[in-house]
Design a protein around this ligand. Structure first.
Ligand SMILES: Cc1ncc(COP(=O)(O)O)c(C=O)c1O
Length: 500
């Protein structure tokens, strides 16, 4: 039988020591981050092999656990906050963001209703409205915090589905002689559209991909003709998704033109601003908001661009009551908790339990202010333009897509010192460039010296750099660019990867 004095929580003085230890560890980690490899180069399973597979039977000390984090976990990580991490959309980790996460930990509430935590509910309403004001959205837009944009779009399309096929929440879709619904988005849009269609029983194949133009924006006449064809074939157009900041190139769809078509056909318009939406806080990006006020829903991920740590995504809906109508459901055991007139956020989605996400947003946004975020985003654009200049100055590389936000897609298309596929002096066949571009990225990522990603544009493999990290300086960028040039030479000269 266990001694009862050993039960309960860690004694306060021990906890305080552990906290100090952890806080020092966090500060050391952040300070030394730039010296770590950006990514591991292990084979799958290598990390698990270093960890005991049997669950712990007896308590272990925090010292031992922290040591394991240092020795087993940290080396097995891709460090998204590393100054040389230039993959995906960059990453906006900051000191105040970490403080926000830390401050949330001891509070650990379940903000399912207003009564279960008034402060969490009211702060959520407040920060959502701060973002609305920064985005200059009309007051009729209300919002809710979810973990990700994928969850946001699913909820938005659930409302669209209910409005076009009333009582779906009650009766479901089957056996009701309903038409097949169609959702339209560009060939550059994120796959969360299909995921939502799968989850909502709308069917992945009913997401129609509209071709994009030379600047990777949805081709609006093509959207129009696709809808007309579908109508002839007895499909029912349900929604269009316009993207502000597409995943590969950060291109901006012509939202206002798409909105016009949505109005004509009484379709739901969802704006996917998961990445690009946040740029609307910059006066020079106000143009991207054209047409937003005609949208039915807009998703923005402050965890991508507005410095809130993952995960923090806001779905705005014009008249939030439309969302509540679809998802409110009060079980008897919660009825007593839902009598107040205040919002109960459990009514605005499928999630019942909700963490206090608003706190970290409130902390980071107060710590930086709009001005601080604007300055940092402008610095990202400065670095972006610098990189574009360097790429343009090296004739072996070309820019592969217009640069609208801090995302640069580019491609190696040259030769190195007369070395070609078929031997010195020969030209490189065009088909080999895909492989070379991909291999440059693979070798850099495996080296642990930097991290970038690749994508396909017009069927060709291109390299891609995304900015976001506040720790990334011009010197880091210069080092990354030299590494890319060096890797291209290494590959074309047929040299084996040089590992540090
Ligand atoms: C344009 C766009 N929309 C949606 C998403 C999905 O975001 P989340 O990971 O928050 O679901 C992404 C992810 O990168 C994206 O780029």
């Amino acid at each position: 039988m266990q001694d009862r004095s050993q039960l309960g929580d860690t004694p306060p003085e021990v906890f305080r020591d552990q906290l100090h230890q952890l806080v020092d560890w966090i500060a050391d980690f952040r300070e030394g981050l730039g010296n770590l490899p950006v990514a591991p180069n292990d084979k799958p399973g290598a990390i698990r092999a270093g960890l005991p597979s049997a669950p712990p039977e007896q308590a272990e000390s925090f010292d031992k656990i922290l040591a394991d984090i240092n020795h087993l976990i940290v080396p097995g990580m891709v460090h998204w906050s590393h100054p040389m991490f230039l993959g995906y959309f960059g990453w906006t980790q900051t000191g105040p963001g970490i403080l926000g996460e830390l401050a949330s930990a001891p509070l650990n509430v379940n903000a399912m209703t207003w009564r279960t935590c008034p402060a969490a509910t009211e702060l959520e309403t407040l920060v959502v409205d701060w973002l609305r004001q920064w985005m200059k959205l009309p007051k009729e837009f209300g919002g809710v915090v979810y973990d990700t944009a994928s969850v946001g779009i699913m909820h938005a399309l659930a409302v669209a589905r209910e409005e076009v096929a009333p009582s779906t929440r009650k009766l479901g879709l089957t056996g009701r002689n309903l038409p097949r619904f169609r959702i339209y988005t560009s060939d550059q849009a994120h796959s969360s559209a299909e995921k939502a269609a799968i989850a909502l029983g709308l069917g992945e194949e009913n997401v129609q991909r509209i071709p994009s133009d030379a600047e990777f924006r949805m081709d609006v006449p093509a959207l129009r003709s696709m809808i007309e064809r579908d109508l002839k074939d007895k499909y029912k157009p349900l929604a269009a998704i316009a993207t502000v900041g597409t995943t590969s190139t950060a291109s901006i769809d012509p939202v206002a033109d798409i909105a016009k078509i949505c109005r004509e056909h009484k379709m739901w318009l969802h704006v996917d601003g998961a990445y690009g939406g946040g740029f609307a806080i910059l006066p020079e990006y106000e143009w991207i908001t054209k047409g937003w006020s005609d949208a039915d829903s807009i998703v923005i991920n402050p965890h991508k661009t507005l410095f809130v740590p993952l995960d923090f995504s806001i779905l705005f809906v014009r008249d939030l009551e439309r969302l509540r109508r679809v998802f409110t459901l009060v079980p008897e055991y919660l009825r007593g908790d839902t009598i107040e007139a205040e919002k109960n956020y459990m009514d605005y989605g499928i999630q019942l339990g909700r963490r206090f996400r608003a706190l970290k947003a409130w902390i980071i946004w107060r710590s930086l202010g709009r001005a601080g975020m604007v300055a940092r985003l402008r610095e990202q654009m400065r670095l972006t333009n610098l990189l574009v200049d360097w790429i343009r100055a090296d004739e072996r590389f070309e820019i592969a897509a217009p640069v609208v936000m801090p995302v640069v897609c580019f491609r190696f298309v040259g030769t190195v010192a007369g070395v070609g596929d078929a031997g010195p002096g020969s030209a490189i066949p065009a088909t080999r460039f895909d492989q070379v571009n991909s291999e440059i990225v693979e070798r850099i990522n495996a080296s642990g010296r930097a991290y970038l990603t690749q994508t396909k544009l017009c069927g060709q493999t291109v390299m891609r750099i995304g900015f976001g990290n506040v720790l990334t300086t011009e010197e880091h960028l210069r080092a990354a660019w030299e590494l890319i040039q060096e890797m291209a030479e290494e590959i074309l000269e047929g040299r084996a990867p040089s590992r540090p």
